[in-house]
Write a protein that binds this ligand. Structure first.
Ligand code: ADP
Length: 633
């Protein structure tokens, strides 16, 4: 097959531009990335060989080699791992699969300064492409295990790459960087210098479980010098805690997570006894962009006695801890275990329970000892953790203990339920909350008026999952969780406002109007009643205590479920002049045609006020316009 030329996908091209003009100040990390890819390729080959006896591959000496050529100014990273087919090279190296890339590039455009851009690049890790920070040309020769011919890929990183089939190629992949000219002012970064490479490998890749060997340059007529292994290959989780530096843990995190930034927290766990295992878990510092998508890759690496047997092992943690990265190394598992069997395995379930408790207790410690760190954590992952309130009743209390929520109590200081309860007013029995799109939309919603007027604290819940967990949890320490936008709210029982007596009188005066409105608006509303929630607005709509809220309805519909629309309750504020006026007009007039419109408008206003849409917006606008017009005459 002749050499074919291809264009990089648009996103890939943009990233390459960034690499070439290198916004990333620490260029050394390109080697970590290439070594990390090589190590993954060796892991994959071993796993495949484990599953398939007939695999035509030599697994007797799996390793990584680094070869330097000072005169030719090249650096080659070679592995005898799984390799890639012709199609795979085009797909894996020619495109960027990460679903968040588009979002990332957008943010990158918006990040004005280099520091911002560097932070963003770190979020995505550009892996293989990072080679272009130091090279003006890269070539890759690879042969996929089981195939007889290989593939040669080459690019100058400027928009195109070439692919060509080669007859002879050794098992695995060799990536050769044609390095940019040496910078005479910066000897430290001459990547053909042996000691530079040694240092970089030691710093970033020491824990890699495969040997990383430095192949010496063949000198003229001299005896060939020894091949040297640069890394200790010691598993970090098997070493004692004081032997390992934070930096070393962080490098392992970067290798397993493909995140370029340091983790927020490192969690170690050693389980002894009949079923022994070690775990090294990391809480990332930032939520990945695809955390809430279906194809988010979750799971830990599962090792058995230092041998990786599964990447992305999902069974080790519950879905609501899917952002946790790391490694579990167990002593007594079969090397040949399948994912399906693992899901059922008693030991794995035991590990999952233990890891879950450990993560939650670490978050609790973090909350007590380092509130800022905890605040970052909760900001990034709170929405995911709250899923656990629904799915993991065993750990519900532990989750509630570390959960915090925005509240009317303070602008930018979230509160725990415990703190809320401690601040509750005398006679207040319930914990009030309201769900909505944003803090601002909730705070401006009419449902909040009476609570604001009486100084009763309300939790402001803005994550989609909030709609659901509050119902599932129900109460906290005997205090009911109650939506301010659902059911009847009787604040007067908790305060000092009008007596029952005067309220009854009021109800009597409005009874006829309410009945009539209910009839007129019957298509739209379930009931019309007087409100105790409103102080300023004329009206609001609320859900019945056990009905779905509009947000939940939308959520179910988005998931493809057919939900009949739930009728809601219209509440009127008898203290508002518009409502009072309507009542008087209703009693005085015979011809109520115009009042029907007023009732309709009142309902539309209530729907708008909570961020909804009147059923027929065009008609609503027309009615409002007509009325406005009249005010001008
Ligand atoms: P990442 O490693 O974050 O997935 P890269 O751009 O570094 O991103 O690599 C893209 C993909 O190319 C890898 O996921 C892997 O499938 C493949 N790949 C890269 N290097 C190698 C290698 N040395 N051997 C086999 N496959 C590789």
């Amino acid at each position: 097959m002749p050499t074919e030329m291809f264009e990089f996908q648009v996103e890939a091209r943009q990233l390459l531009q960034l690499m070439i003009h290198s916004v990333y100040s620490n260029k050394d990390v390109f080697l970590r990335e290439l070594v990390s890819n090589a190590s993954d390729a060796l892991d994959k080959l071993r796993l495949e060989a484990l599953r398939d006896d007939s695999l035509d591959a030599d697994t007797s000496d799996l390793h990584i080699e680094i070869e330097l050529d000072q005169d030719g100014r090249t650096l080659t990273v070679r592995d005898n791992g799984i390799g890639m087919s012709y199609e795979e090279v085009g797909k894996l190296i020619g495109t960027i699969a990460n679903s968040g890339t588009a979002a990332f590039l957008q943010e990158l455009k918006e990040a004005q300064d280099a520091a911002g851009a560097e932070g963003l690049i770190g979020q995505f890790g550009v892996g293989f492409y990072s080679g272009f920070m130091v090279a003006d040309e890269m070539t890759l020769v690879t042969r996929r295990t089981g195939e007889s011919s290989g593939t040669r890929w080459s690019s100058r990183g400027e928009g195109t790459y070439t692919l060509e089939t080669v007859d002879e190629a050794p098992q695995g992949t060799a990536v050769t960087l044609h390095l940019k000219p040496a910078d005479p002012d910066n000897q430290l970064h001459d990547y053909t210098a042996v000691w530079t490479i040694k240092e970089i490998v030691k710093r970033y890749s020491d824990f890699i479980t495969w040997p990383i060997r430095l192949v010496p340059e063949a000198g003229d007529g001299e005896a060939t010098p020894e091949v040297e292994t640069l890394n200790s290959m010691k598993a970090l989780w098997a070493r004692s805690r004081d032997e390992v530096s934070d930096d070393e843990y962080h490098e392992l995190y970067k290798h397993v997570s493909h995140d370029w930034r340091d983790p927020l927290e490192t969690i170690r766990l050693q389980a002894e006894g009949t079923f022994e295992y070690q775990a090294l878990l990391f809480l990332p510092a930032h939520a990945p962009h695809d955390l809430f998508t279906r194809d988010f890759r979750r799971g830990l690496q599962l090792y058995v006695k230092r041998v990786l047997i599964m990447d992305d092992c999902e069974a080790l943690l519950p879905p609501y801890l899917r952002f946790v990265k790391g490694v579990v190394d167990a002593q007594d598992l079969s090397l040949n275990v399948s994912r399906e069997i693992l899901q059922q395995d008693r030991h794995i379930r035991m590990i999952q329970r233990r890891l879950t408790k450990k993560v939650l207790s670490s978050v609790k410690d973090m909350k007590a000892k380092d509130p800022d760190k905890y605040a970052t954590f909760w900001q990034e992952f709170g929405a995911v953790l709250k899923e656990g309130l629904l799915s993991d009743s065993d750990n519900r209390d532990a989750l509630l203990a570390v959960a915090s929520f925005a509240s009317t109590h303070a602008e930018d200081e979230p509160t725990t339920l415990q703190q809320y309860v401690e601040r509750m007013k005398d006679g207040q029995d319930d914990i009030y909350y309201m769900t909505g799109e944003s803090r601002q939309s909730i705070e401006n919603s009419p449902h909040m008026e009476a609570f604001a007027a009486r100084g009763i604290e309300v939790l402001l819940l803005t994550d989609p999952v909030d709609e659901v967990w509050v119902d599932a949890v129900g109460d906290f320490k005997g205090k009911r969780l109650r939506s301010v936008a659902k059911g009847e709210i009787d604040l007067d029982a908790e305060g000092d406002e009008p007596s029952d007596d005067s309220r009854d009188k009021q109800a009597g005066a409005y009874a006829a109007l309410l009945n009539w409105m209910k009839e007129e608006l019957g298509e739209e509303v379930k009931d019309v009643r007087l409100s105790t929630r409103l102080t300023v607005s004329p009206a609001c709509v609320v859900s019945d205590a056990h009905d779905l809220t509009p947000a939940l309805e939308n959520m179910y519909r988005a998931m493809g479920q057919e939900i009949p629309p739930t009728k809601r309750i219209l509440e009127l504020n008898p203290a508002h002049p518009l409502v009072r006026g309507l009542n008087e007009a209703y009693q005085q007039r015979e011809d109520r045609a115009e009042l029907v419109e007023t009732a309709e408008l009142l309902h539309g206003l209530a729907v708008l006020a909570e961020g909804g849409q009147p059923k027929e917006p065009a008609r609503f606008v027309k009615l409002v316009a007509q009325r406005l017009e009249r005010t001008l005459h």
